[in-house]
Design a protein around this ligand. Sequence first.
Ligand code: SAH
Ligand code: AVI
Length: 331
Amino acid sequence: MELDKAARLRLDVHADDAAFLAMLAEDVRQGLTAHPRSLPPKYFYDHAGSLLFERITQLPEYYLTRVEEAVLRDVAGEVARRVRPRDIVELGPGSCRKVRWLLDAVDHPGDVRYVPVDVGRDGLAGAVGALLHDYPAIDVHAVVGDFEHHLGRVPPPTGRRLVLFFGSTIGNFDPPARQSLLAQIRGLLGSGGRLLLGVDVVKDRDVLEAAYNDAAGVTREFNRNILRVVNRALDGDFRPEAYRHHAFYRVERSRIEMHLIATAPQRVRLPRLGLVIELAEGEGIWTESSYKFTRESTETMLAGAGLAMEAWYTDDQRRFALVLAQPATSR
Ligand code: SAH
Ligand code: AVI
């Protein structure tokens, strides 16, 4: 824990370097020795990966961030009036850019505490520093941790709580994992609390596939970056350029799948794991799923975690939705 001079920033680290490395080592061992081989998408976001993600959000094909932010700009005032939050928790805030719409909309930003929870320590510290510079009145209690494991470490609410989970990051979790994550989020809400959740909406395959296959190749480099993260952590010798980026929409599962496909046979050494893996030409490593939702599938997902939809805000082309939800029993 570190406190700054003005005591407006507290930073708790629950995934320090050693704990992060141990978690990564176990996840990589499990994922790369299973079939199909896989790596968890939370490892995309080292410093380089976070910068690549920021570049993705500015690509013409990647409408998600732009549209979500436009919807948020339109509804932030209404959400602030309905919820009157005093305590704003955000899961996976990345650059902490979107919360600014809500801080601009609340009546007394000086009474608000902001609790961002992100696994990327350097990214979080930088983003929070910039936020405090621009919003000198707020208090920040930042939590460096994995929101699948460390939500129990989120401090108790200081007042009415709003949990933000933007970007359709919920879509990066398979159904059982997202049910359990949403149930934990429900437990964070307290009395009168709300969740504001961003979900990408099912749409035309061409539009979805273009968003994950941009012409400039930024998503390809983002995808390959996970191999650089693994190399650095485990002294590995993956050759990222020897893998082709493959992203496609699997309609029956309502998800984009992102894979890295070996373009020639590969022998990969991971000395810190005592592991050597062989990939045949054409064999893949599954790096991410990105589920897409309808209003109905979102309601079902929320209900499975004891949450009820209170409002569904979307753009006029219904590309992306922000969902306001509350514990089902408090209605
Ligand atoms: N919310 C932002 C950023 C989305 S990128 C936006 O909408 O633009 C996903 C963010 O979630 C990254 O900052 C990443 O570090 C974080 N993240 C992904 N998996 C995580 C996990 N399991 N625990 C904590 N943070 C995670
Ligand atoms: C953070 N997450 C919701 C993004 C997504 O769209 O699934 C990550 C991403 N993957 C490829 N492009 C962007």
